[in-house]
Every structure is written in C-alpha cells, then in structure tokens.
Design a protein around this ligand. Sequence first.
Ligand code: GLC
Length: 476
Amino acid sequence: MKILYAASEAYPFIKTGGLADVSYALPKALRKLGIDIRIILPKYGNISSNFKNKMKNMNSYNVPVGWRNQYCGLQYLEYEGIPFYFIDNEYYFKRTEAYGFYDDGERFSYFCRAVLESIEHMDNFIPDIIHCNDWHTAMIPLLLKEHFKSKQQFSDIRTIFTIHNLKYQGVFSKSILGELLDLSEEYFSEDSIKFHDGVSFMKAGINYSDIITTVSKSYAEEIKYDFYGEGLQGVIRENDYKLQGIVNGIDYELFNPKTDKIIKCKYDLYSIKDKAKNKIDLQKILNLPVNKNTPVIGIVSRLVKQKGLELIAFIIEELLSMDVQLVLLGTGEEDYEDLFKYYSTIYPSKLSSNIFFDNVLAEKIYAGADMFLMPSLFEPCGISQLISLRYGTVPIVRETGGLKDTVIPYNEYTDEGNGFSFKNYNAHEMLDVIRYAIEIYRNKNKWKNLMINGMKTDSSWENSAKRYSELYSSLK
Ligand code: GLC
C-alpha cells in the first residue's frame, strides 16, 4: 500500500504545534506495519540548513496557480528511514515563519496543487491514498477530483482528511476560486466550499475527501454541536457517515524517561523515586525555592484561548497563595504573556514564567513537575497530557476532546485512574480539583500509585496506527 501524507509541518523539520509531532510519529509507526507512507511538506526557509544541505533534487516543473504558472522543485530526504518530499518555491516558502502571512491563501492553494502535480515526478510512487491534514492541505481532494479526472493513473487515488483543529479553517475571499484554484463558480455554493462570503479550505476537505478522521473519539462527537463546531457543525453532521475519531499517540522512543538525554536523572517504573531529582533540578534552574515537598505544577502550552488560560488567570492569586509552585513555558497572545510575566514578579518564589519556547526546558518540566495542568476550552487530542503520563507527571485536565479520552479521573477508593479532571469551563471547579490533587499528593502511597498508573498507560502509536492501516485498507 502506498500512502502520500500531506502536511504543513512535521518534526524534525518544522514545528509550530502538535500536528508536527503526529506527521512524524504516525508515518513512522505505519512504516513499521509495512506500509509505504511518505510525507510531503513545503520547503520553508526556516528549516535548518543541516537538513536543507542534504536534500536531493528530484525534478522541477511548473504548477498552475489560476492563469499563472509557478516554479516547483521536488526535493527528497530520508530521515530515520522515513521518506520526506519537499516542495521548493522560494517565493512562497522562503520566509522566517511557516504561516501568518497575508498571502497564506495563495501559498497553500499552490501547495495543494503542487502536491498533486508532483506525484508524476516521484519515480514510481503513485499513491493509493493521499492523507491530508488540516486546512493547509484540505483543498487536495477537490483539486484531485476536478483537475486530474482525465488522468488515468490518478483515477484510483482516494483521499483521507484528518482534522487536527477545526478552529483554523483557511477561509479566503471568493476571488481565489478562479484566480488561484482554477475552479468554476459552481463550487461557490453552501453544499460545496462557500463559507459565509468566502471560500473555505476546511470545507473542501470535509466535503470532498473519502474519509474524515479527527484526533480523538470525543472530539469527533463534539464537533457535531454548536459549542465545538466552529460554524461547521451542520457540514460535519451531514458527513457523519464518513467520520471517525482515532486518538493520537506519542513517539515512545522520543519520549521516554528511561533514555531521555535531556533530563537530569533518567528513571522508569522501577526507579520512580529518581523522578524527584528532576524536580530539584527544575527548581534550581528556575530559581525557585528548592523543596521536594512543595507540589510543582507544570504548564507547557501555546498561550492561546483554546488552552483555557483564562481559567488560570481568574484564580491565579488564590492558586499562588497555596503551597505550590507553578512553572509555565510557552508563547502566544500578548495578554497572557503579560499576565504571567506580571505575576511572576509579584510571586517570584511561586511562579516561574518562561515566555519563550525551548525544547530542553519543556522536557525538564515534563520530568520534573509533579502535576501538569491543561484546562483546555477545547482539545482535539492534546499531546502534553500524554507526555506527562509517560513521565509519571499527573495530568489535571478539563473533560473535553482527547483530554477526556486519555485522562481517567483518580478514584481514591480503588486506586484506579491516572489523573484528575473537571467538567465545566469554570475556574473554581478547576481550583477545587487542583486542591484535591494536592490533598492526594500529600499521601505518598496514593500518589505513587497514581504516578505508576500514568506510566503504565499505553499512549504509544501502535494501536492507533493499526486503526489507520485498517482505514487505508477499507478504501482499496
Ligand atoms: C492540534 C490540536 C491538538 C492535537 C494536535 C495533533 O494542535 O489542537 O489537540 O493534539 O493538533 O493532532
């Protein structure tokens, strides 16, 4: 089986969020099952030159963008045995960031078309399925149907579209239909890709792919309703027959406290005591009072509304008046950045705000914190809670999307469960659960059981990769 996995980001080349982790780890797991899956990405300017220097030129040709033709270079690099293709066009992709430009609509119209045009240049790799991810690649199923229908070798290609986050939809002005996508007015209708007055990439993925998946079972349900549907709940419901939720995993080789080279002291289930050394290390690095009995709560997050930071903002003084230390790492909306910076000047011994992103510190938080807080407003899957579980750091989450599917609330009577959770998007409901978690933390035996339950939870890709493989087979 041949699969082309189209995405706008993938570890280790370019990463702004969880999509990058999945675009590396899922194909890696699928290749272990014997599937010839290859990834195709834009060749961004900010990919490290270490990688760029090793890329091999395969071919170059023109790609139609509306009435124009644009250059396209196809490059190739194998990383850890996984084949990656890159679409090279410096005008579109040689920039300092991956997204956030005025012409993103044009850049990804080009990318979607370029992915399809490139297939004939991939020596002998005509995929059975193109697996698209999020809005940046969501136009592919429609362009395939419309512009490649007369090409014999394309006629059997099927498509899967995975929604990692329904909030980001890629909606642009109506003019892109003809000018960039070469599509006629007939597609500007409610049952096609019209969204309000614009054209929606997301809708193209939903309406024209053969199968839709989302990254957890609960999220697949939630997006059928107004609260989570981002205005597309009706379209999702109409396409329910081809929608499935498959929960993400994490790469068990990349995230493993037993082999992790970054953390101060490696540990596993049998040396769980050593985790405390990582906590001391974390406190030292961040200039927090060193005390192994003070519960440390970690947050590693993009600082955006989705992540539920307003709940934390609402109770931050109450939280910091307790015997806890809060360690935050991440960047995002200025209001949140300022808020956390401000409170760390007022409570320097309680709050460490690290407003940047740094992989090393992230690992040290996953390993060193006692608890990990993730009170998301919505969460398609979430990856941080899975890493936390793997590192014996107990997640405290809101019961939504993938958080609900992966964190099982602790039951102090039976010792079952691997974390703590609360239901409503309510700051004091969250604070009550944090208080309860700290109460359990004070009982060393119970806490140890909870850590062990987390570390024993299977969040590897194995099971989910099998489900994707079955889905692929069902389309053949
Ligand atoms: C998005 C979602 C996150 C998910 C990730 C990978 O970033 O917000 O919940 O884990 O995609 O699927």
